[in-house]
Design a protein. Structure first.
Lengths: 586, 431
């Protein structure tokens, strides 16, 4: 029984494909055997390497060839993206630094305190208006990041680069709701830390993330300090620098989630020592107060500085203020760095060092064999199937090790593999909510939406952008995304699209829709299947779209007898297609 | 876990497609026609997000230090005359904030068990971290991926007897208990406390849990998900349409609360009303969750009236209406309120309070050890305060959660609920 069940569990029938034995040598490259038909390969690369096919994409890739398309997408720097760049130029906040954002778009509570220091019960109309403006500006910081994220996925010609950006933003997940400073870090994190390195070297990406205010803040490393009694690289002057202790949060997730993986063979002592090595990797979420600056300048306890007279102290304070790091910029603080000797994964880091402790730890973990496997597995899961074939993961991990973590090459080995082009992997993945929304926008050739409304659809579907609380990122297996509520949301999203409620998208204005509007119902159904469902569905699905009748339930008295009202038009058919089970897959 | 879920669902549909009586099997597998959790126990968790000011919710009017620390925002001692601005006395030492007067009758009937100086042993004063710990049930451990209520669902409890009624040899394990409404969160997103491998449904209202289209469109959608494909999407879709129908049957167009209960028109009040509806509807709900914000009162929190009083008016009236509405059902229901931490014992310079440490909880039900304030009072003198500023902790919140999960819901594997926590003593809030 169990065997029968398991056999019946395998999904996605692909009637056209020729079954081939998979015992052929696993040679890498375009000469490897591919189970998928030529048409399936086109649909497959569009569904996996992009956020969904736009009208015309199938013909374009058929013409240029699947392999040429892969080769092109692996080099985003050679692809022009003028339309996207033009669209992005309307945003005000995306290029601003943390410090600028914090100054220009403060949180409303701070503005309120400034406008109403005496806590009066009412504000003047002028102050109220200013407060409203502050609140709007504050919202804009996150709104623009989210709108741009969707707009990019919709518009960019560098689709694979964007898919990989999405992958790494999820691998190195951060949560915008952690606290106010978090939201000022997001634009920089996405656009300067992650995206430029999405196809680069893993060590480089890991290092950039480790120094990003986003990750430093999200996983608390910015306030991690040597435990009291430990030797430090430099003596601390601020009381709060002396009293804080070690925070293991980032150290733990660095090993468990970002590199080695949960079964990567590290110990609790490794976690502690990684965290110790990274003490002092920090940034200022706020400019220091004048008192703190003074303390830094003159408050070194019994030392010489403690005896400075007032003016000297002021001068020292000014000199120091000039040296104080800009808020929102990484710096190494030797005063909180644990300078004791530590052993990490078998390597001894000698005592008395500073920032190089952390750099060496990143070297060690980035080049660890467990990391190669962990990253290879996650990439294979993203691009091939929820439970990717072991052989494939092993080969990709070998490429990772051989190329010193060259992400482009690891990816190439996966997306040109026979496993990638196997019948089993065809339509085997479930779209995430983000992918559902963006693939609908792309199929409809929608205009990008600069407001927060489209992002709200993604939220309603259960995947708020930068809204994953826990550091493990959103799940990448179908089972985690399926539930009664989730299906309902996806169905209702399709219906919302059919009712023209998705900003920038008209359900009946996709290229090729014009002649369909007046065509026969048969032609409409086939047209919608071509645009939204990858050109092919089961005969039952087609029959249901056409007549509403489920041929499998024709013998069923209750459903069979009842009259199914006809659809009112093409828009409803589009809504149905987007709400259908087939549209949920890629 | 997730792959097991996948297997269970796909496996079930595989049986269907193999020609074995579909309706019978679907029933058996999804438990849709099963009675709800065997003992019919329900836990309703209400989260006050933002750190409610426990010292002004459950007022220690018998502690003189309280008035020294809070000269302007303190709640006055109970006055003999009714309708005064003072605390509502409970036991001569503690009193309720006057805005919580709707809860006083529950106290009088022995249905309200307040707990003081309870909370997380973690020193964090971050809302995010503290909520995370309270919901994961693992203070100071950020590595926990699932919420403790989900761990309860996954390891099960009271529904053992229900599982035994299904035919043996078909599908074993959790699937038999999987009424889709076993855990319902009246929120837009599944909250952290319910996240994890066991299914939980989040909805902002019962009405919203439906296909937003009628006639030919809805029929076609249902048919599309019932084409018999043995994959997860189709299986879950079929389950979803069953669930929608079931909820529609259980949800009369015009729901009239019983016993003259009047819910506030607030979002929180309306969500509690729908929780009552679900409790009465026999959809098999065992866990309900709702949250309410607005407790982060750094500035101008007021005293007997004002900001905090307004929040408490809604909070108290909503809960009182829920209890009234559920009537005798309250014998099988426990309402548990929580907030991530308390607030500083001393008022701040803005007529408000900053982030503190221990807080308070209410446990409400027909079977609680009511009419008694639980927990040990640590005192408010300077040397008694946590870090010299906050109410100290004398009861770990896991002690309370553990007692509710075991005594009320009948959880058996309680150690899996709170890894690393040994429940050495019980507070005795439940009878």
């Amino acid at each position: 029984m169990a065997l029968l069940l398991l056999a019946a569990c395998s999904t996605t029938p692909s009637p056209d494909s020729t079954p081939q034995a998979m015992s052929m040598p696993a040679s890498i490259g375009s000469i490897a055997p591919r189970e998928q038909t030529a048409d399936e390969q086109v649909a497959h690369v569009l569904s996996r390497l992009t956020f969904g096919a736009r009208p015309g994409d199938v013909a374009r890739i058929r013409a240029m060839g699947v392999d040429a398309f892969i080769a092109q997408q692996l080099h985003p720097e050679r692809i022009s993206d003028a339309r996207l760049d033009a669209w992005l130029s309307q945003f005000e906040t995306l290029d601003l630094s943390f410090n600028e954002l914090q100054k220009l778009y403060p949180r409303p509570a701070d503005a309120l305190q400034r406008l109403n220091p005496a806590n009066r019960n009412s504000l003047s109309p002028k102050d109220s208006a200013e407060l409203r403006k502050t609140a709007e500006g504050f919202r804009k910081v996150t709104t623009e990041v989210m709108a741009a994220r969707i707009g990019r996925a919709l518009l960019t010609e560098r689709q694979l680069d964007e898919v990989m950006t999405d992958f790494w933003l999820n691998h190195f997940s951060v949560f915008s709701g952690k606290a106010v400073p978090m939201r000022y870090t997001l634009a920089e994190y996405e656009n300067e830390t992650i995206r430029p390195r999405a196809l680069g070297k893993f060590r480089d990406l890991l290092g950039a993330v480790a120094k990003s205010p986003a990750m430093l803040f999200y996983l608390d490393n910015w306030q991690s300090a040597a435990d009291s009694g430990r030797p430090r690289t430099q003596q601390p002057r601020l009381a709060n620098q002396r009293n804080r202790g070690l925070n293991e949060n980032y150290g733990r997730e660095l090993l468990e989630l970002h590199t080695l993986g949960v079964d990567g063979g590290y110990s609790q002592q490794d976690v502690i020592n990684v965290a110790r090595a990274l003490t002092g990797w920090t940034f200022l979420p706020q400019a220091p107060t004048p008192q703190q600056i003074q303390q830094l300048a003159g408050g070194a306890g019994a030392g010489r500085a403690g005896r400075l007279n007032g003016r000297a102290q002021q001068r020292a304070g000014q000199a120091l203020a000039a040296r104080i790091p800009e808020p929102g910029v990484f710096y190494f603080n030797p005063a909180v760095h644990d300078a004791g000797e530590k052993t990490v994964l078998g390597t001894t880091l000698r005592a008395g060092r500073g920032i190089e402790d952390g750099e060496q730890v990143l070297d060690i973990v980035a080049r660890h064999p467990a990391t190669a496997r962990h990253i290879a597995f996650k990439l294979a899961r993203r691009f091939v199937s929820d439970e990717p074939p072991e052989d494939l993961v092993e080969r990709a991990a070998e490429v990772f090790t051989r190329t010193d973590g060259d992400i482009r090459e690891v990816l190439r080995s996966i997306i040109t593999s026979p496993e990638f082009f196997s019948s089993k992997s065809f339509r085997a993945k479930l779209k995430t909510p983000f992918e559902v929304v963006v693939s609908a926008l792309r199929a409809l050739d929608a205009a990008p939406d600069p407001s927060q409304r489209t992002a709200q659809f993604v939220t309603q579907l259960g995947q708020p952008i930068y809204g994953r609380q826990t550091p493990d990122g959103w799940p990448d297996v179908a089972g985690e995304w399926m539930g009664a509520g989730a299906i309902l949301n996806r169905i209702n999203f399709g219906l919302a699209v059919g009712a023209n409620r998705l900003p920038g998208a008209r359900a009946t204005a996709f290229p090729g829709a014009e002649p369909l509007r007046t065509a026969s119902r048969d032609a409409q159904v086939d047209g919608v299947i071509a645009v939204f469902l990858g050109g092919r569905v089961s005969p039952e699905t087609r029959e249901i779209l056409l007549t509403g009748r489920n041929p499998l339930q024709s013998g069923n008295a209750t459903d069979g007898e009842r009259e199914i009202p006809p659809l009112q038009g093409l828009a409803q058919l589009v809504g149905l297609a987007i709400g259908s089970p087939e549209f949920q897959r890629r | 876990m997730s792959s097991r879920r996948t297997f269970i669902r796909s496996g079930a549909l595989a049986l269907v497609t193999m020609g074995l009586s579909p309706s019978f099997l679907r029933r058996a597998v999804y438990g849709l026609e099963l009675p709800k959790a065997a003992k019919g126990k329900v836990l309703i968790c209400l989260f006050q997000r933002g750190a409610a000011d426990a010292l002004n919710v459950l007022v220690p009017h018998g502690d003189a230090e309280y008035y020294r620390l809070r000269p302007n925002i303190g709640i006055a001692r109970p006055a003999r005359a009714a309708g005064s601005a003072g605390a509502i006395d409970l036991d001569g030492f503690f009193g309720l904030h006057p805005a919580l007067s709707p809860l006083k009758p529950l106290w009088d009937r022995g249905m309200l068990a307040p707990i003081h100086a309870v909370g997380s042993p973690s020193a964090t004063r971050s809302h995010f971290d503290a909520q995370d710990y309270m919901e994961s049930g693992t203070p100071d451990n950020k590595g926990t991926r699932d919420g403790w209520l989900n761990r309860y669902l996954a390891t099960c409890g009271t529904c053992e007897a229900g599982a035994a009624t299904t035919p043996r040899g078909q599908v074993e394990g959790d699937a038999t208990k999987a009424t889709p409404f076993r855990a319902v969160s009246m929120t837009a997103q599944t909250p952290r406390i319910l996240q994890g491998p066991a299914p939980a449904v989040a909805m902002t209202s019962i009405d919203a849990f439906t296909v937003r289209s009628a006639g030919g469109v809805s029929d076609r959608l249902e048919a599309l998900y019932r084409t018999g494909s043995a994959d997860l999407v189709h299986a879950t879709g079929a389950e979803t349409f069953d669930a929608v129908k079931r909820l529609r049957e259980a949800n009369p167009q015009r729901y009239a609360p019983a016993n003259g209960a009047e819910y506030p028109r607030s979002e929180f009040g309306q969500r509690l009303k729908q929780i009552a509806q679900l409790v009465k509807s026999d959809v098999g709900m065992e866990i309900a969750f709702a949250d309410v914000g607005g407790w982060d009162t750094h500035i101008n929190q007021g005293a007997a009236t004002g900001q905090l009083a307004n929040r408490l008016t809604d909070f108290g009236a909503s809960i009182a209406a829920l209890v009234t509405d559920l009537g005798d059902k309250m014998d099988d229901v426990v309402i548990l309120t929580m907030s991530e931490f308390g607030r500083m014992a001393r008022q701040n310079g803005n007529g408000g309070t900053d982030h503190g440490h221990a807080g308070s909880m209410f446990v409400i039900g027909g079977n609680v050890q009511g009419n008694r304030v639980h927990g040990r009072w640590p005192g408010l003198a300077r040397e008694q305060l946590y870090e010299g500023r906050d109410l100290a902790l004398t009861t770990d919140f896991r002690t309370v959660f553990h007692e509710v999960a075991t005594s009320h819901l009948g959880a058996r594997d309680a150690r899996a609920l709170f890894p690393g926590f040994e429940a050495t003593s019980s507070l005795g809030v439940l009878r």
